[in-house]
Write a protein that binds this ligand. Structure first.
Ligand code: AMP
Ligand code: GLY
Length: 417
């Protein structure tokens, strides 16, 4: 088979790496890919939002299966476009992608189908939004409706901060049209957990759990990032907890059916556990990054089979086979991330890592035999272990051998629950 993977992050490198293990696969293309994906496939210089360019490429190369990594092409409707041309593609359709593409849509879905979530209101007009603030206590959360590359959520400690966030989004249009609407919601104080699931034939089939570290500094300090460390499985997902979220999953399934979504792909449920009770913070309609970097090394099944069965509506829980091992990843980031950062620094030491390290590239570029930094998140240094301590020791003893100018990483991944 010839496979096209769309995207350029650590998630896509992990996808290419896992797809390459399938005996059914002869050739992998990655658009646009990075310095890591070129080791398992061929990078193609087409951007993720160039739907016509990607379609043309898939038709020309007679691609057997396209796998979509990021949310943007899904929200733009790439799956519907490919399907119209008879091409097989793994990802959700445009209608289902609204669950990530619009916070208002997603909150409306949760409210309508009794899915526990924070209390909220949606506003399109600044004056109304300012008046609405009186209905909430502080802290509260202000969210731009659309896709904002992970920057559209502001936690406001007081009225002054809330007014500024609302003005930025609705008046100054800092997120352009993605901020035409704003969701104001109650702040939930609890422990965050993510659950990634396949959805096939209307059934939610959870993958193994993962614990993502979102804050940039040790001890969960500093601003939120896309995720700078992760391990799987997460100790939060006990059997008791899975029983609790069973009802939530059932209500989501009913909602997907009633709304006629024909949701086939990955549903990533962002949860906040408040006093033991799960509440849904958000839905994503794709694999997570860095969750994918720790889930796929634990997956024993052929991922291409899983993709095809999901598309054919025949995937069953028993199709997903996992290793008992723990997998842990630590992400090396560029100085300044998640704020402004510089790129283009040569990366040293990645060609002489221990054999047990699985290295995924998040933001790198390969040029004339050298690899350079190309993003805020640069490398995911990943290892499997019999225990969490094993996996963590492997990663941390190898990370010291890697360096680039301004390289940072958290020292406490896997040390806190
Ligand atoms: P979202 O994109 O909706 O997941 O928001 C990004 C991050 O903001 C989440 O991972 C949480 O850390 C935080 N967040 C979002 N909504 C809330 C909320 N209602 N209460 C507390 N934290 C939140
Ligand atoms: N790790 C969070 C995300 O992929 O959105």
């Amino acid at each position: 088979m010839k496979i096209l993977v769309i995207g350029s992050g650590g998630r896509e490198h992990a996808l290419c790496w896992k797809i390459a293990q399938s005996p059914r696969v002869k050739k992998i293309y990655c658009a646009p890919g990075n310095g890591g994906t070129r080791e398992v496939g061929q990078n193609i210089d087409i951007q993720v939002d160039d739907i016509q360019g990607l379609l043309g490429f898939a038709l020309e190369k007679k691609i057997d299966l396209t796998v979509v990594g990021p949310e943007l092409p899904l929200v733009m409707g790439i799956v519907d476009t490919f399907q119209k041309k008879g091409l097989k593609i793994f990802g959700v359709n445009k209608k289902s992608a609204q669950l990530e593409g619009s916070k208002d849509f997603s909150k409306g879905f949760m409210k309508k189908h009794d899915i526990p979530t924070a209390k909220y209101e949606t506003y399109e007009n600044l004056d109304e939004a300012l008046r609405g603030l009186k209905e909430f206590s502080y802290p509260l959360v202000v969210k731009a409706d659309g896709l904002c590359a992970g920057k559209g959520v502001v936690i406001c400690q007081n009225e002054k901060e809330a007014v500024k966030a609302l003005e930025d989004i609705l008046e100054k249009k800092v997120f352009g049209d993605q901020g035409n609407k704003v969701v104001v919601e109650e702040f939930l104080d609890g422990v965050e957990a993510s659950l990634l699931c396949f959805v096939s034939n209307g059934k939610i089939i959870p993958m193994e759990s993962a614990k993502d570290y979102k804050k940039i500094y040790d001890g969960d300090k500093g601003p939120n990032t896309g995720g700078v460390g992760c391990y799987s499985p997460s100790p939060l997902f006990t059997e008791e907890f899975m029983t609790k979220i069973h009802n939530v999953l059932e209500n989501i399934e009913i909602g997907l059916l009633k709304e006629n979504m024909d949701f086939r792909g990955v549903l990533f449920i962002g949860l906040m556990i408040v006093k033991g009770e799960p509440k849904v913070l958000e839905f994503n309609v794709r694999f997570g990054d860095p969750e994918t970097e720790v889930l796929l090394p634990r997956l024993e099944s052929d991922i291409v089979d899983l993709f095809e069965k999901t598309i054919d509506n025949t995937l069953k829980e028993a199709d997903l086979k996992w290793k008992d091992h723990i997998c842990l990843t630590v992400i090396a980031t560029s100085e300044g991330y998640p704020g402004d950062y510089k790129m283009g620094f040569e990366i040293y030491g990645i060609d002489r890592l221990d054999e047990e390290i699985i290295l995924f590239h998040n933001g790198t570029k390969y040029l004339d035999g050298k690899t350079f930094t190309m993003g805020g998140r640069v490398l995911s240094i990943t290892a499997l272990g019999e225990t969490l301590d094993d996996a963590r020791d492997r990663v941390y003893s190898s990370i010291e051998g890697i360096n680039f100018r301004g390289m940072n990483f958290r020292k406490d991944i896997g040390k806190t629950k």
